[in-house]
Design a protein around this ligand. Sequence first.
Ligand code: MTE
Length: 322
Amino acid sequence: MGWVDKRIKPSEITPEEVFVRRREIVKSAVALGLIPGLASESFAAVLPAEGDRLENVSRWPGSLDEEPNSFEDVSTFNNFYEFGTRKEDPSRYAHRMKTDPWSVKVTGECSKPGTYTLEDILKPHALEERVYRFRCVEAWSMIVPWVGFPLGDLLKRFEPTSNAKYVQFFSLADPQQMPGIRYPVLKWPYREGLRMDEAMHPLTLLTVGMYGRVLPNQNGAPLRLIVPWKYGFKSIKSIVRIHFTETQPETSWNMAAPHEYGFYSNVNPNVDHPRWSQATERRIGGSGLSALLSPRQPTLMFNGYAEEVASLYTGLDLRKYY
Ligand code: MTE
């Protein structure tokens, strides 16, 4: 991940209404039989279509009361290297990814391994909207209302054994749908991992939506992690496999540049990235002069979630285990 500080041109932004309207047009066209090849079951899945409003979402009381970024900021300035390395590539190309049907393979140290459909995964869980600060390792941040439920509630259902000390996640890696897979910028499939106690922490969110709507593909539909006290790259997108393991698993960024990206990757203003400081961050967003003038602000320890998570790391040298 280099330092990329590229502004999106206003002409490249899809406003939320246009985005949603586009879905409506596609839906009507399918209903009228104008678009062949898309079976009606595409819209009878467990999640509504991309961009549709999610029902029965409760508000989580711990949300930040900061003004969220705009939907446009969060859906057009993305890192999803499977679709290219430029910030605008995912919003341009991710519509090629088919998210329905979707299933997740569960493997390793658990009593209930198997292949679970998206419906199996989501059905028992109530959705919450949680406004979190999202801090990218590239020293920018956003405020995002994610929709999801605690990952731990799902992991428990697979009955991890006492040997499960870590959990690893893998993204979809399909060169037919993901043009970026052609380039060996990272080890594909994209993989990430958490220590079991981090994965079970109530702040760790298995995420299906944002801004009350189904996740846009570029933000990691249909299922992604959000780990709010860690740098954004831990928040793996479009998950197709969950693997319980006894030993610390491989993670794509650590494999690519181990001295730059550690396994823990906790947001920490006191430990700089070898190529830039992490002491401050810039809130992305806005346009024109207001964006150019957006001031840098201090990075918060554990991204502002120290009270909740610092105890997970008691006795761990956070300089060594960055
Ligand atoms: N997941 C996959 N599969 N591929 C990626 O390239 N990028 C990561 C993370 N998850 C990435 C990924 C990085 S570097 C960041 S900062 C966040 O996704 C960006 O999430 P956003 O696009 O929703 O802001």
